[in-house]
Ligand binder design. Structure first.
Ligand code: NAD
Ligand code: MG
Length: 373
């Protein structure tokens, strides 16, 4: 029985994770739940799963949480600091971090410091502080188990392989909703259009990232830190059907790919069940029905996010952290209709140009940058 601390339990990854727990009551127990501000939803989950601890980041919801848990014996707290402390102190076997954005970073750091297994969905943590997190994991014998579907695919392809045999990683991406749209009309893209992803149902921030392709840029940086491989050996390939979730090419020319229906429950369950595989009853891939898979090179002119992300990764230092923060800020401004779609990439580039790089292994530097948001 693995005890799971689930951070971001009310979101898209969080609720998918709870469905996996429901399907495997013998394997998993949720002992900690945390979310941002949807207190009603969090209370419903607390009553159903009976964790030992519940934290809400939004302090204004404290009394609602307290009243809602009265008589249950469940411990509770509110605020970002309380969340960070609870992640450090709570004895879970695995911390699944499904908080969205840079707000997820302190929890990843706390879990790494506590030497936990971290099923990491919050890719932004690794983008902002990959060097620091890897160093903390090594020091405290913590492990990162990828949840992002591409990285789960690569992880599965690497099973049983020696690092010296790996030639390159091939990250696949659907290309998002604007793969075929005339770039001349990108100015008029509305948040509603950007939120209509062709293959995946996800939270708003990552859905917009998937439309600009910053998501693929963040994943490039995430892959670099997860698999300790140089940026030049990570390729990006557009694959609109999202059936091949990524691939690894080896030095003998052989290529391994991981395939499946686009459903985040598969990579989440793989991370939770690792090193084994658990059964499931979700729909199976039917390649005869899919019939055709397509591939193409990404168009850097149409999606400058890919070029900007690669440049930030190559520049190193705190450039990737700034890329992440500036992107996050711009995404919410776009969702609030304060800026247009093409401005997202422009704002990120401006922030990178203005940045004076700092030591990326300093916890204080990175957290201070995160607070600039
Ligand atoms: P979401 O918006 O659906 O959910 C976000 C969750 O984070 C919510 O539970 C919310 O309460 C919580 N949260 C937000 N701010 C918080 C804060 N300050 N403190 C504590 N909790 C906070 O997002 P999502 O789509 O589930 O994505 C979560 C993470 O997983 C993101 O980093 C995303 O990039 C990554 N991811 C998501 C998918 C997907 O299919 N949804 C796929 C791959 C990776
Ligand atoms: Mg992904």
């Amino acid at each position: 029985m693995k005890k799971i601390a689930l951070l971001g339990s009310t979101g898209s990854i969080g609720t998918n994770t709870l469905q996996i727990v429901d399907a495997h009551p013998e394997e998993f127990r949720v002992t900690f739940l945390a979310a941002n501000s949807r207190v009603e939803r969090l209370l419903e989950q607390a009553h159903k799963y009976r964790p030992g601890m519940v934290v809400i980041a939004d302090e204004s919801k404290y009394t609602l949480l307290r009243d809602g848990l009265k008589g249950t014996g469940i411990s509770y707290a509110a605020g970002a600091k309380a969340l960070e402390a609870a992640v450090r102190d709570h004895e879970a076997d695995i911390v699944l971090n499904a908080i969205v954005g840079s707000a997820g970073l302190p929890a990843t750091i706390a879990a790494a410091e506590a030497g936990r297994d971290i099923a990491l969905s919050n890719k932004e943590s690794l983008v902002m502080a990959g060097e620091l997190i890897n160093r903390l994991c090594e020091k405290n014998a913590a492990r990162i188990l990828p949840v992002d579907s591409e990285h789960s695919a690569i992880w599965q392809c690497l099973a049983g392989e020696a690092p010296k045999d790996v030639e390159k990683l091939i990250l696949t991406g659907s290309g998002g909703p604007f793969l075929r749209r005339d770039p001349e009309s990108f100015d008029s893209i509305t948040p509603e259009e950007a939120l209509r992803h062709p293959n995946w149902s996800m939270g708003k921030k990552i859905t917009v990232d998937s439309a600009t392709l910053f998501n693929k840029g963040l994943e490039l940086i995430e892959a670099r830190h997860l698999f300790h491989i140089e940026a030049e050996r990570i390729a990006i390939l557009i694959h609109p059907e999202s059936i091949i979730h990524s691939m690894v090419q080896f030095r003998d020319g052989s290529v391994k790919a991981q395939l499946g229906v686009p459903d985040m429950k598969i990579p989440i369950q793989y991370a939770l069940g690792y090193p084994g595989r658990l059964p499931s009853n979700w729909p199976r891939l039917d390649l005869a029905k899919t019939a055709k898979l397509h591939f193409e090179e990404p168009d850097i002119r149409r999606f400058p996010a890919l070029r900007i992300s690669r440049e930030a990764l190559e520049a190193g230092m705190t450039y990737p952290a700034v890329l992440n923060i500036a992107n996050e800020k711009a995404v919410y401004r776009f969702l609030n209709r304060e800026i247009g779609f093409p401005e997202i990439a422009k704002e990120v580039e401006k922030a990178l140009e203005a940045h004076r790089p700092l030591d990326p292994c300093s916890r204080e530097n990175i957290l201070a940058l995160a607070e600039m948001l």
